[in-house]
Design a protein around this ligand. Structure first.
Ligand SMILES: [Zn+2]
Ligand SMILES: [Zn+2]
Length: 271
């Protein structure tokens, strides 16, 4: 009876699997990054906590609830994407370009997504769009890995829209799509970790300095609101002059381990 509207049929038959897969990858990525941070904060690396403020339980609950909401939007849109592939509007590709070709395509996909993210993210900071699209994400002043998918419904649609746009133009092997999807959620969880996970030499080499750190996105959430829009790479922020002026200095402070946690009260000795 639902054959008259294929996306609904796809949603009812494949939706639960799509939801389980997408929720699962969010849950595993966020939980693993949160566990790593929890463990490292009990070592000498604890000074890598970027902000003195601690995220509250209410912050984490909100981030988790909004992320489930995002998974629901992704599941809904996925039904239309599968429909588009079945109908031949979006490209279906079950072959391979060879391992070198596939890896080059994966790199191109990551670079294209980074570009898409930079510009839609920057657009969503426009005063006319911010409240509807992006304010929900920025309610996290001190983000945690659970904020990886913490979007308002309109922002979730903007985020997933990259997939059908890409598939209109590029026939992409399944494993390349899957690798990008996993890479994306891991980097997203790391970006919101609130704890610097990259080596201290990261900004000193000509290659790694172009790859985002947790400090980079943390600054965007806390004070550097109209700076550091980038997702995986720093080049768009550098080219467009939107990199936070204190990014490198802040990163150096965080990894140097010589910072006093301002919020920690001085210990008083009583007789
Ligand atoms: Zn933002
Ligand atoms: Zn964020």
């Amino acid at each position: 009876m639902f054959d008259a509207f294929p996306p609904l049929h796809i949603l009812l038959t494949k939706g639960p699997f799509v939801f389980a897969f997408d929720f699962g990858r969010y849950l595993v990525a966020a939980a693993v990054v949160a566990a790593i941070v929890w463990g490292l904060r009990r070592t000498t690396l604890r000074t890598r906590k970027i902000q003195a403020r601690e995220a509250t339980m209410a912050d984490k609950r909100r981030e988790f609830a909004q992320s489930i909401q995002t998974v629901c939007v992704y599941t809904l849109v996925s039904a239309f994407i599968i429909w588009g592939v079945d109908a031949g509007v979006l490209q279906r590709f079950q072959g391979s370009y060879g391992w070198a070709g596939d890896l080059a395509l994966l790199a191109a996909l990551i670079v294209a997504h980074d570009t898409y993210f930079y510009w839609v993210h920057r657009a969503m900071h426009h005063p006319r769009l911010f409240k509807t699209f992006h304010r929900a994400h920025h309610r996290s002043i001190t983000p945690t890995p659970w904020a990886a998918y913490s979007f308002a419904i309109p922002e979730a649609f903007v985020m997933i829209a990259f997939v059908p746009i890409w598939l209109v133009f590029v026939a992409t092997p399944g494993w390349v799509m899957l690798s990008w999807i996993l890479f994306q959620i891991v980097r997203n969880a790391m970006g919101h970790a609130g704890f610097e996970l990259h080596p201290r030499w990261w900004l000193s080499t000509p290659v790694t300095r172009w790859i985002n750190t947790t400090t980079h996105h943390d600054l965007h959430h806390n004070g550097g609101f109209n700076k550091n829009y980038g997702l995986y790479f720093t080049w768009w922020d550098k080219i467009m002059g939107t990199e936070h002026p204190r990014y490198a200095a802040r990163f150096a402070e965080v990894v140097a381990g010589d910072r006093k946690l301002a919020a920690r009260p001085a210990r008083t000795v009583t007789a």
